[in-house]
Design a binder for this molecule. Structure first.
Ligand code: IPE
Ligand code: IPE
Ligand code: MG
Length: 298
């Protein structure tokens, strides 16, 4: 009874929150550090593989939620280069699980209805042949899709990505295919995974579950310098709910609003400094342009 009442309350809250966030700007690109699978399993006294399997189910739901809300690009951190230090059994289990999920996506008509393009970012040489085969299959089947992008980071490390791009560009420069002047931000982006020629765009919002507040070498190029919002939350990845996603988007929107207010505040400071207002009005008359908490009390 208590659980049912909570369920009803939860769904209502979710609806209200969803309505609220849909009335404002949705981030184009969300990147997720899906952390806490093993701790989740541990607290239930289950094997690590159980935590990873439950986490993968949540991943499937998150793809749906993001698509429904209108996110255009979702990048998921599934396996880092550092994760190769884990036991062979665990890493093999993860390869199998990821493979299973790719094959499921490949066979699922919703992938095609959604026009979802699936791409892998990471060092594929480190992946087993069977997984590379499935990756090839899903990437080829979805390469012309343009509505929604799902990027899956496997055997991924941000620094490693930058390093391989630098090597690639250096080779092009030394063979004369590229001149030094042509090396700019845009070109570097195009040499990052899933190189060549296609790039993962700047990230608007990074979410990390599991309570740790670090970014673990994830998308340093795409997430830094683009002033993306970050949302760290306590639930372990298998516990992540739609409410958590909606809350993270609300944080993104609040960040955007703050930035807008900062900009108009700065603009009016400049106008005040110059001593002129709009159409020659006195600067004092510009008071309401300032965010309430930033208005000068002189
Ligand atoms: C995230 O959960 C999944 C991967 C890194 C593959 P973890 O496996 O890191 O689980 P915790 O953080 O140790 O609980
Ligand atoms: C981050 O999780 C990487 C993935 C989610 C794949 P980790 O559990 O590996 O993170 P760190 O290394 O402890 O920061
Ligand atoms: Mg972890």
């Amino acid at each position: 009874m208590k659980n049912r009442a909570f369920g009803v309350f939860y769904r209502k809250y979710e609806q209200i929150l969803e309505k609220e966030i849909l009335s404002s700007e949705i981030p184009d690109h969300i990147a997720v550090i899906m952390d806490g699978n093993r701790r989740y399993a541990g607290q239930l006294g289950k094997a690590r593989s159980f935590g990873h399997a439950m986490g993968a189910e949540v991943t499937e739901q998150v793809i749906e939620w993001c698509y429904e809300i209108g996110v255009k690009q979702l990048t998921l951190y599934a396996l880092s280069t550092e994760n190769f230090h884990r036991s062979e059994e665990e890493v093999d289990g993860l390869f199998n699980l990821i493979n299973e999920k790719f094959l499921k996506l490949y066979g699922d008509k919703r992938t095609y209805e959604k026009e979802m393009q699936v791409r892998v970012i990471g060092d594929r040489i480190r992946l087993p042949a069977f997984l590379n085969e499935s990756i090839e299959k899903i990437e080829t089947a979805t390469e012309h899709h343009r509505k929604f992008n799902l990027n899956v980071a496997i055997a991924y490390g941000g620094r490693q990505d930058i390093m391989q791009a630098v090597r690639d560009i250096a080779t092009c420069v030394s063979s004369g295919k590229l001149s030094l002047e042509e090396v700019d931000e845009n070109l570097i982006s195009k040499h990052l995974y899933p190189a060549p020629g296609v790039s993962v765009p700047n990230v608007d919002l990074v979410i990390r579950t599991g309570g740790d507040e670090r970014v673990s070498n994830f998308l340093p190029w795409q997430a830094n310098g683009s002033e993306c919002a970050t949302y760290f939350c306590a639930p372990f990845w298998p516990e992540f709910r739609k409410i958590d996603l909606l809350r993270s988007i609300r944080v993104y929107q609040a960040r955007k609003d703050e930035k807008k207010q900062e900009h108009s505040y700065r603009a009016s400071e400049v106008i005040n400094f110059l001593g002129i207002g709009k159409c020659g009005e006195k600067s004092e008359e510009l008071g309401p342009l300032l965010p309430v908490n930033k208005q000068r009390v002189s």
